[in-house]
Design a protein around this ligand. Sequence first.
Ligand SMILES: Cc1ncc(COP(=O)(O)O)c(C=O)c1O
Length: 322
Amino acid sequence: MINNILEKVGNTPLIALKNNENAHLNVFAKLEFYNPTGSVKDRAASYIINRLLNQGVINSETTLIESSSGNFGISLSAYARQKGLKFICVIDNTTLPVNEMMIRLQGAEVIKITEPDERGGYLLNRIRTVKEIIQNTENIYWINQYENPLNAQAYYDSLGNEICLEIPRQKLDYLFMGVSSGGTITGVSQKVKEKYPNAKIIAVDVDGSVIFGGKSRKRFIPGIGSSLRPKILDSAKIDDVVSVNENETVTSCIELLEKYNIYAGGSSGSVYAAVHKYFQLHAVDKPVNVMCVFADRGERYINTIYNAEWREMIENYNLTLA
Ligand SMILES: Cc1ncc(COP(=O)(O)O)c(C=O)c1O
């Protein structure tokens, strides 16, 4: 028995994805959309807020602020409200309407950036706005997921730990995770490498993101990718990077739904696509255990990834780039 559903963070299901095309690949997915507000970011939001309160870094009068275009904003608004804290969420024009609605419904003040920055995205302007507000507000704490070590620590202690305990037959060969702030992969990779030093950590990014040195361009699916390289990634233990394009993401989301009844969000499709792409280039001649982190659920993408007209628009856009 628990007092509040928000306490039910973590211990998400791990499921096997049977693959008839490649008998050597034993693929498992950690369904992070079973967290209370529907994404992996609940782990970071709950952990960071609890740690800050316990350490006295913030108090009941503190205002929290963060730049987030979606899941982290939803998680923070829920956990901030649970603790009676004020929360300002800086979003932008590309935030999915359903995410913006959730953030507002959970009591956060929303500031929406509509002016693109010099790189054509919104992130730099979102961060500038956060800095301006901090300068003019007393007792305010910027969560700062791109630089705050607590973001990675949250995943080291929770998801990393869970994965280590759940590895089938105590053998982990590959672990695929999407990257945005870098919190998930940094914390999880540190934990997993302590216990399984030979496990290969594969970072999944999207074309148009600059995190691993790619060229910046317009991206339509929120979740992973970024127009800056997060500082906390410097301590991540990454063996390889796979970048997927948005058509591959969309195709994989549809495949997950049709083949496994998994109604997953965009980055889960990207991770699943990355597994196929990776093993096309790196053939294996013996059975390997491959774990994937599926970060959020499909409902948030009902008007995009799961909408045929939108998919056609994305395909046409990508054809113009080819
Ligand atoms: C859907 C989704 N997948 C993956 C990630 C990546 O997580 P991280 O920010 O820890 O790198 C995020 C982060 O917002 C996300 O929303």
